[in-house]
Design a protein around this ligand. Structure first.
Ligand SMILES: [Zn+2]
Length: 245
């Protein structure tokens, strides 16, 4: 933690309401440039990005001003360098500003700044609870691969996925898998109409299942490989190894 700062929690975080946020976004040209308007802002303001990416929130109060600092985990490289973002709230005049110190080009108009601003706003809008939540902690995203091995969609953020209670999603997934001829997806392999990659049909595993012979000789007699098959196997370096007894 930096000198003079304290850990942020749900009881000491400054309030950023919708009007303050709107005023800042509207008056800041970095957020209103053509390319960052709408699309980018919409992506980084999604609750799912901010809530999982924000870490080590600390704050310091000095007169009217409350300075809140955080480190933001990059969205795609979860073990990459964390982005330092500072948000300043004037609690008397009710204004807010936010800066990202690690995006050179964007001058604060980047998704980390937006994500942090939206995060503080969402915390302000949350109903007060009796327990105090501490925000000085590692982000969920940067825990992936270290403290936690993987993150299921269910655990991501507190987002409640609203999946239909029928099999529409599954059907769509399988249809898409078929279209793309996926061969590295276990779910697709178990579908009745799954057509395996031809090379895989020559694997020892598949051949054993196909011929189911107790004697290796009988199996070899039955096994017919055309020249084209052999060429294909060679090209794909598939190992077809037979035992001797
Ligand atoms: Zn940034």
């Amino acid at each position: 933690m930096e000198l003079g700062f304290t850990k942020a929690n749900s009881s000491n975080l400054p309030r950023v309401d919708l009007l303050m946020m709107g005023e800042f976004l509207a008056s800041n040209k970095d957020f209103c440039s053509v390319e960052s308007r709408n699309v980018k802002t919409a992506v980084s303001s999604r609750p799912s990005y901010g809530d999982d990416a924000i870490s080590y929130v600390q704050l310091k109060r000095d007169g009217n001003l409350c300075v809140v600092k955080s480190k933001i985990c990059p969205e795609h490289k979860v073990h990459g360098k964390l982005y330092r973002v500072t948000l300043v709230v004037d609690e008397v005049n009710e204004t807010v500003s936010v800066d990202c110190h690690d995006c050179v080009a964007s001058q604060g108009g980047c998704k980390h700044a937006v994500a942090f601003l939206m995060w503080v706003h969402r915390r302000s809008a949350e109903p007060s609870v009796t327990s105090v939540a501490c925000y000085w902690m590692k982000s969920k995203l940067s825990k992936v691969g270290t403290t936690i091995k993987y993150l299921t969609a269910k655990d991501l953020s507190n987002a409640k996925p609203s999946l239909p209670s029928n099999s529409v999603v599954l059907d769509k997934f399988i249809e898409e898998g078929r279209k793309r001829q996926l061969h590295n997806c276990e779910l697709i392999k178990f579908q009745e109409d799954y057509v395996p990659d031809i090379v895989i049909t020559f694997s020892m595993h598949k051949l054993v299942f196909k011929y189911k012979e107790k004697s290796c000789d009988t199996c070899l007699e039955k096994l017919v490989l055309t020249d084209a098959d052999v060429k294909l196997i060679e090209d794909n370096k598939v190992k077809v190894v037979f035992g001797t007894n």
